[in-house]
Design a protein. Structure first.
Length: 176
């Protein structure tokens, strides 16, 4: 059985930049440790926006410029980037919460074989849940799992709410 790890948006702006939180900073060491210990293909997503972010639909709803392509905040957290070195890693830019490209790349990498996919990263209540639900909808017979100890939400309350939502949709939640 193939194994895939999805590292969602562990970028500087979400960790300690414009949208950073203490909870996001706290998960960096366990995320880096999980990546280093993972045997399989790692997919890392990058929330990616243009200079016109504040003029987009998302920008009007969340008027905080973040993850503007090419800026320091768009880069992966240094500890996470270091953990990815030497791994079979695929980095994908995504312009919104969920990534249809991620779904297709996992489909290709699975090659018709059974697989499991585990998600970790930021933010539990926005991009992690969006990608977990996309993966479960597309691969409903495969195991989709989230490690809650390697995720952080916008707030602790919305982190817990997203974990509940994922459990209700038959996504396995570990370490909650």
């Amino acid at each position: 059985m193939k194994r895939f790890l999805v590292v969602v948006d562990m970028q500087r702006d979400f960790v300690d930049g414009s949208l950073g939180t203490a909870e996001a900073q706290a998960i960096v060491p366990p995320v880096a440790e999980k990546i280093r210990g993972f045997d399989g293909t790692v997919f890392a997503t990058l929330d990616t926006h243009g200079a016109n972010y504040l003029e987009t639909s998302e920008g009007r709803h969340l008027p905080v410029a973040h993850c503007i392509k090419g800026t320091p905040g768009w880069q992966l957290n240094a500890d996470v980037a270091a953990a990815l070195e030497g791994k079979h890693a695929v980095v994908l830019e995504k312009p919104t919460f969920g990534s249809l490209e991620l779904v297709e790349r996992i489909r290709q990498a699975a090659g018709g074989a059974d697989f499991s996919v585990e998600l970790i990263g930021l933010c539990t209540d926005i991009c992690v849940v969006s990608n977990a639900l996309l993966l479960k909808a597309n691969f409903y017979e495969q195991t989709v799992r989230v490690d809650a100890a390697c995720c952080a939400g916008v707030t602790p309350e919305t982190h817990r709410a997203a974990l509940t939502t994922m459990r209700m949709c038959q996504i396995e939640v570990e370490n909650a």
